[in-house]
Design a protein around this ligand. Sequence first.
Ligand code: SF4
Ligand code: SF4
Length: 99
Amino acid sequence: MSKKKTLEKIVLATERDFPIMPMSLGTMHHNRTGAWRNIRPVIDKEKCIQCGICWKFCPDVAIYVENEYPVVDYVYCKGCGICAEECPVKCIAMVEEEK
Ligand code: SF4
Ligand code: SF4
């Protein structure tokens, strides 16, 4: 099985297990929580093993999958760093925002 199919399967299977709106209900859809951020996650795709854990743990649903890799939506990413903490191969760096 290719990595591509694995990641798709993880995301699709996990979506069924989650409520439609996780804990960010009331923030994500009403606030552009990216304005809160002073550090941003940057994903190193070369090291990413496409496990989907960052997508699963992001409390603001600010990570989506595109071309089989996770992508951060900086409009909603508030820079909490949970994705970087949970990434099993530590390929997400939290980088200071430019002032
Ligand atoms: S830092 Fe990571 S977990 Fe936190 S909001 Fe941004 S993408 Fe989601
Ligand atoms: S948790 Fe890390 S390795 Fe897993 S999909 Fe996200 S960036 Fe890639």
